[in-house]
Write a protein that binds this ligand. Structure first.
Ligand code: ADP
Ligand code: MG
Length: 477
């Protein structure tokens, strides 16, 4: 190994304090990973693999020993250096989806690049190229909830790779995937390894994944077990998907409708007054994305004591995003024969504490046959603006048209409608500080515009003078 290893641990350990005494999840581990190298960490569940991965990525703090990234201990890096390393240098691929639910697949891939300082046009072009490479270009406008586990994993891989990181940390990337999706991920990882510019540390108990690695380390009870380090000479043995599916992209399933033209609307579309603050906000947003995705899941869950202060700060920010910011439906009014405009409002309960929002991105769905069917809504500029929320209500109109019925009617003559809004909330307009993504859904019964008030009264057995409101708010469910 020449030069400084990209990653190095020196007698690193992490002991979790529990009621029954400390659990040494990682115990006295000394390893090195060279630039461009692919290392698989294998072992039974509970052997400490995920904890070691968090230590390698600087997401968890060792209780003994040291972890060095590019020759410098994580603990000695300044916050800005850590953010820079995470934003541009390290791609995380965790088992659970780490995609931001309120953003499209494309925007999820664009965001970390903005964080890494790439200009928006280049970021969008690269995001498109990476989505193509992982076979997800056709679904560029889908939100994570609309994608299967394997598809989400592929978008997450595109996101991890779009910044051309020096290091990918992957935790059981093929877990819970079907054979084809697994083969796709393995093929992509093998390609990255072949290219040789990105080091990969992959935790796995999938032999197909372990097979592509240059070296395999075995973990047992927090330790790398002796004599188990095997070297696999390059080139790697032929790997990858079954021959039939070895095309560069996965064919789309026939039932998926053709994708609309790819129109990047990443969060950085500047509107005049925000042009100055947008890039830093996007920066903060991406850092928050990393924070929400990685730090929250791993550190908060596993390192409760160590990050108590950070959590306290985040708790305050969360309180602000969830409690101080009130959001609800102000009114719904008819708008054309089958159309409506719902007006949402945002209000800051504690106006003395400033509050800024990006969004909301809104959606409307109606219930049919027990399922929610999304409606086309009028383009909402709000989704791309950053605005300060003060004591005065900020109103956000969402217009939509009802297609022909039938609908599910829990109350005769009323259509079950869901209006959803997701936004990113922060306390500063420059995007520094903590940011939270908040998603709300409002459920209403909306009067069917094709029925008269009398018909609705009759259908429900209401008296002749009973009020027939245009809409009835329902409790969240
Ligand atoms: P693996 O990824 O190999 O399944 P982990 O790194 O998740 O293993 O866990 C290693 C050990 O540490 C296990 O015994 C697990 O129960 C324990 N552990 C993990 N997280 C915590 C925690 N937050 N508190 C206490 N023990 C933990
Ligand atoms: Mg694990």
């Amino acid at each position: 190994m020449t030069g400084i290893p990209l990653l190095e641990t020196r007698n690193v350990g992490l002991a979790y304090a529990t009621d029954r005494g400390p659990i040494r999840a990682v115990d006295d581990v000394t390893i090195q990973v060279a630039a461009g190298e692919c290392v698989a960490i294998c072992g039974r569940s509970g052997s400490g693999k995920s904890t070691l991965l968090s230590l390698l990525g600087g997401l968890a703090r060792p209780t003994s020993g040291t972890v060095l990234y590019a020759g410098r201990p994580w603990t000695e890096l300044r916050a800005t250096e850590i953010q820079a390393a995470r934003a541009g240098g390290i791609g995380l691929l965790w088992q659970e989806s780490v995609l931001l639910p309120g953003l499209t697949a494309l925007d999820n891939v664009v965001l970390p690049q903005l964080v890494a300082g790439h200009p928006r046009e280049a970021a969008c072009a690269r995001a498109e190229a990476w989505l193509t490479r992982v076979g997800m270009r056709e679904r560029w406008d889908a939100h994570p909830a609309e994608l299967s586990g394997g598809q989400q994993r592929r978008v997450a891989l595109a996101r991890a790779l779009a910044t051309e990181p020096r290091l990918i940390l992957a935790d059981e990337p093929t877990n819970d995937l079907d054979a084809l999706a697994e083969a796709e991920i393995v093929r992509l990882l093998a390609e990255i390894r072949e290219a040789g510019t990105t080091a990969i540390v992959v935790v796995t108990h999938d032999p197909a994944v372990a097979a592509i690695a240059d070296r395999r380390l075995w973990m047992e009870r927090g330790r790398i077990t002796d004599g188990s380090i095997e070297a696999v000479p390059r080139p790697a043995p032929p790997i990858g998907p079954p021959a039939s599916s070895s095309s560069a992209t996965v064919p789309l399933q026939a039932f998926e409708p053709a994708a609309p033209e790819l129109v990047p609307q990443a969060p950085a579309v500047a509107t005049a007054p925000w042009r100055r603050t947008l890039v830093p906000f996007a920066l903060g947003l991406g850092v928050a994305a990393a924070a929400i995705a990685g730090i929250d899941r791993l550190v908060a869950r596993r390192q409760e004591r160590v990050v108590e202060t950070i959590r306290e700060q985040r708790r305050l920010a969360e309180e602000m995003a969830l409690q101080d910011l009130r959001a609800d439906i102000d009114d719904i009014a008819p708008d054309g024969p089958d159309g409506f405009t719902a007006t949402l409002f945002l209000e800051n309960f504690r106006p003395e504490r400033p509050l800024h929002v990006l969004g909301p991105a809104t959606g409307v769905a109606v219930q049919r046959d027990g399922r929610w069917e999304s409606l086309t809504t009028g383009a909402s500029q709000a989704a791309r603006d950053i605005r300060r929320v003060g004591a005065d209500r900020l109103l956000i109109p969402v217009s939509f048209a009802l297609p022909a019925g039938p609908y599910d009617e829990l109350l005769r003559g009323y259509i079950h409608v869901r209006i959803s809004a997701s936004l990113v909330v922060g306390d500063r307009d420059d995007g520094t500080g903590d940011l939270f993504e908040r998603s709300d859904a409002y459920y209403v019964y909306l009067r069917d515009p094709r029925l008269t008030e009398d018909a609705i009264r009759a259908a429900n057995g209401w008296g002749a003078k009973a009020a027939v409101p245009l809409w009835i708010p329902m409790p969240a469910h």
